[in-house]
Design a binder for this molecule. Sequence first.
Ligand SMILES: NC(=O)c1ccc[n+]([C@@H]2O[C@H](COP(=O)([O-])OP(=O)(O)OC[C@H]3O[C@@H](n4cnc5c(N)ncnc54)[C@H](OP(=O)(O)O)[C@@H]3O)[C@@H](O)[C@H]2O)c1
Length: 306
Amino acid sequence: MSLIALLKPKGPSGFGYGSTAEKVTAGLSLAGKTILVTGCNSGLGAETARVLALRGARVLGTARTREKAEAACAKLGGGATGLACELADPASIRACVAAVHQDGAKIDAILCNAGIMALPRRELAFGVELQFFTNHVGHFMLVTGLLDRLADDGRVVMTSSGAHFAAPRPGVVLDDLGCERGYNQWRAYGQSKFANILFAKELARRFAGSSRTANAVHPGVIATNLGRHMNPIARLALAIGKPLVLKSAAQGAATQVYVAVHPDAAKISGRYFADCNVAKPRPDTEDPELAQRLWAATEAIVARLP
Ligand SMILES: NC(=O)c1ccc[n+]([C@@H]2O[C@H](COP(=O)([O-])OP(=O)(O)OC[C@H]3O[C@@H](n4cnc5c(N)ncnc54)[C@H](OP(=O)(O)O)[C@@H]3O)[C@@H](O)[C@H]2O)c1
């Protein structure tokens, strides 16, 4: 248990920084629920899938390849099904959407958890900066492709990050999504995570009047494979800080699991969560016009993909 977990008080939900995914689902039965988790083979996604299956949910777990997804799901039980969904490959996303349609199950929650962080050099997918494409555009395609499979009270959870505070201003630079005018690895990551919040808010606006919800979460800071592109000094600092200030994967998975399945979160939509409670994102994420422009720009990107 890290120092912060010991010192930080719990929030109004009754959970907090130190709560684990098992803790926030204690006593809940998810039998009969089908829940899709992207990035189920590593880090927070693996822990999320494990705990959802432990509580009785059938997990549809996606990974970059079918082999990775099936290997991860084989450990889960409960009829977990592994599916390929390479989020930087439109054909793979479309095939995943088609496979879920063919499966036929109604989806009770979609957890858009997969992501990449802080690529040291600018990389592009279809002319779009790769973190933005993977973390935002890929998930946009997946979620919008699955809306007709989402249960009437289904929940969409976008795994954003506190790193969205590092996004440029405005939070998403719509006329330079290829970062032609300059590239900084943390600004680009922050921009992709800012987009996750805007997407959740716009989706929540579109869900208004229904029982469906869409929210974004900051999971905390956890030493996972996500740090693979960080420089060795930053990685060493994380390793040293781990026992004192970082969350474990069990704690890091808690917020997205809480938002995806806890009864108390069923009617909360369009919000940003941290430490299993509603939290305050950067104030300019509250910009419905930017969220709508991002949606339209993403649709335009998707329309021109091969
Ligand atoms: N760890 C933290 O401190 C932290 C803090 C804030 C937010 N987050 C967010 O939490 C989420 C989970 O991260 P994590 O810490 O669990 O990292 P992780 O262990 O690296 O897991 C990331 C997952 O995303 C998958 N992924 C990466 N690129 C992909 C692509 N192009 N297509 C499909 N899947 C892809 C990875 O697959 P491979 O294993 O095959 O690469 C892996 O399954 C991310 O969205 C991240 O931004 C994490």
